[in-house]
Design a protein around this ligand. Structure first.
Ligand SMILES: [Zn+2]
Length: 135
């Protein structure tokens, strides 16, 4: 982790401002409930291996109160998790767009990780939380 660049700072501040505005909206509770439904629908379809007809955005995961994304390395089966709020990504980017940013420490040149699900809090202490810096 290096020093934060000015561009990274601006994106972080922009994201923080966006989150503040979202929280101030009068429909917040309704929107959060909708986000929770979207996340739950994705989670259930994903858990049973069904085609993902929708994928939650980073903002939906945060609004749903389930920002912890768990995933698995298909090569060595190691499970990791990360906080979707820790990435410098547009809040409307899908959680699947984070896949290329996640590395398995055992398999640095290995296949892309496979998403498992979203949770309210970290379930495990992970060493897989290694978001690649830069976009
Ligand atoms: Zn691995």
């Amino acid at each position: 982790m290096g020093r934060e660049s000015y561009g990274q700072y601006l994106r972080r501040m922009s994201f923080a401002e966006w989150l503040r505005k979202l929280k101030a909206q009068p429909e917040e509770q309704r929107t959060n409930a909708a986000a929770a439904r979207v996340v739950e629908l994705w989670s259930r379809r994903h858990a049973r291996g069904a085609e993902p007809l929708l994928v939650p955005t980073i903002a939906a995961a945060v609004r749903a109160g389930r920002p912890w994304l768990s995933y698995q390395c298909p090569a060595c089966q190691m499970i990791g998790e990360t906080d979707v709020r820790s990435f410098e990504r547009h809040p409307h980017a899908s959680i699947q767009s984070l896949i290329p940013l996640l590395d398995c420490p055992r398999c640095p040149a290995g296949p892309f990780v496979v998403l498992i699900g979203l949770a309210a809090s970290p379930a495990i202490t992970s060493r897989l939380h290694l978001p690649k810096r830069g976009i």
